[in-house]
Design a protein around this ligand. Structure first.
Ligand SMILES: *Cc1c(COP(=O)(O)O)cnc(C)c1O
Length: 218
């Protein structure tokens, strides 16, 4: 296994700091020791896709890590991460928001969420379209939930070498983000991964999710 790349981490985290962009280190499938290596270099935000894997790693690692859930979250699993999760990136239904709100209330906390938008051409990627986003935000203002905070949007670009396509998807998401801003809480735009984070930042990303560039291929 290729160990975590410390030099790359330092270069990327320096670059992002200068640009005022947050880094979520995506550690899915990687062992706790590798997460700890980045932790020792100062990284605190880590992203995972699977609830069980996240819960296990959390039990092995320092308490001040901010865990981001970036996968597709099933309603029946929300209760497992509700006591500690820092930010849920992939919310794409009112039903899921309602469940997060319920579990957050049981834990006496407010959970920050990002709404996932469908920006790629691929059928398989989850997410809302513009109309669904509008409806969801309207529903939310009609039925406010006091234990969640919608703090922005998240999107995954098409898997393609065509940078102009990727750029236009990020640009569309940024425009939608600006149009959807309903209050000052709405400030995170999570877009960009190992292959396209620089493009994403040029197009207005405030948070990138980087895995393989830091931890090696999965
Ligand atoms: C795996 C994953 C990432 C990181 O992907 P890399 O290409 O390894 O940087 C980012 N976001 C989501 C939602 C992911 O599932």
């Amino acid at each position: 296994m290729v160990p975590v790349n410390k030099e790359t981490y330092q270069l990327i985290s320096e670059e992002l700091k200068q640009k005022n962009v947050s880094l979520v280190a995506v550690s899915k499938t990687k062992p706790a020791e590798e997460i700890h290596t980045l932790y020792e270099l100062g990284q605190r935000d880590f992203g995972e896709n699977y609830v069980q894997e996240l819960a296990e790693k959390r039990s092995l690692l320092p308490e001040d890590i901010r865990w981001h859930f970036i996968g597709h979250l099933q309603s029946n699993k929300v209760k497992i991460i509700a006591p500690f999760v820092h930010l849920i990136h992939g919310v794409d239904s009112f039903k899921l928001l309602a469940e997060i709100n319920k579990q957050a209330e049981k834990n006496n906390r407010v959970i920050d969420c990002l709404l996932q938008m469908h920006i790629a051409v691929e059928e398989t990627k989850f997410g809302l379209n513009e109309k669904e986003l509008k409806e969801l935000l309207q529903q939310l203002s009609a039925q406010p939930m006091k234990n969640i905070r919608v703090v922005g949007l998240m999107g995954i670009s098409s898997l393609t070498d065509d940078t102009s396509k990727v750029r236009s998807e990020f640009n569309a998401l940024k425009l939608l983000f600006d149009r959807s801003k309903m209050n000052d809480d709405f400030k995170i735009l999570s877009m960009g991964m190992s292959s396209d984070y620089q493009l994403a930042i040029e197009e207005g990303s405030t948070m990138v999710r980087i895995g393989s560039l830091l931890f090696g291929m999965r």
